[in-house]
Ligand binder design. Structure first.
Ligand code: SF4
Length: 138
C-alpha cells in the first residue's frame, strides 16, 4: 500500500479482543503486565501464560476470549501485549490493502476513521511487531 491508512480506535469497541486467535507474548510483555498487576513475572506466567519451546501466549479462558477483557475493555490497557497495542498495523495487514479492508469489513470499525497515518509510520509498527515475534514471521 503506497498511500497512508486511516485508523482511530473507537471508544467502547472491543471487537478485536473478541476475535478467535492467540495473543502471543514477548518476555517484556510478561514483565510489563505482571508489574502492572502487582504480580511477580513467574506468578503471572504460571497463571496466565502458555509457553512452548519457542513461543509464549496468553492462556484462553473457557468463558471468554481473554482473561483481561472486562466490561470496560482491556483491564491491563496501559501494559497490554505488543500484539494488541500494534493492532491493526500487523505486517500481514499493512502489506495488503485487501486484508486491511477485510478486517475493516469483518470487525474493526476504527479502520477508515480518524487521521491519516503515514505509510512509513504504519510500516514501522509492522516492523516492531515482526521483531517482537520473530517465530511468527519466518
Ligand atoms: S476492533 Fe478496531 S475499533 Fe474496535 S477496539 Fe479493536 S482496534 Fe479499536
Amino acid at each position: 500500500m503506497a498511500e497512508g491508512l486511516r485508523f482511530e480506535c473507537q471508544s467502547g469497541c472491543t471487537a478485536c479482543c473478541r476475535q478467535k486467535g492467540f495473543v502471543y507474548l514477548t518476555e517484556e510483555d510478561i514483565v510489563r503486565a505482571a508489574t502492572f498487576l502487582g504480580m511477580d513475572p513467574a506468578g503471572f506466567e504460571r497463571r496466565y501464560v502458555y509457553r512452548t519451546r519457542n513461543r509464549m501466549r496468553l492462556r484462553v479462558p473457557r468463558e471468554s476470549t481473554c482473561y483481561f477483557l472486562g466490561e470496560n475493555g482491556c483491564s491491563i490497557h496501559p501494559a497490554k501485549p505488543t500484539q494488541c497495542r500494534i493492532f491493526p498495523f500487523w505486517p500481514e495487514l499493512v502489506a495488503s490493502r485487501r486484508e486491511w479492508l477485510k478486517v475493516a469489513r469483518s470487525y474493526c470499525p476504527g479502520i477508515g476513521q480518524g487521521p491519516l497515518i503515514q505509510i512509513e509510520t504504519a510500516r514501522a509498527q509492522a516492523e516492531e511487531m515482526r521483531a517482537a515475534y520473530p517465530g511468527l514471521y519466518e
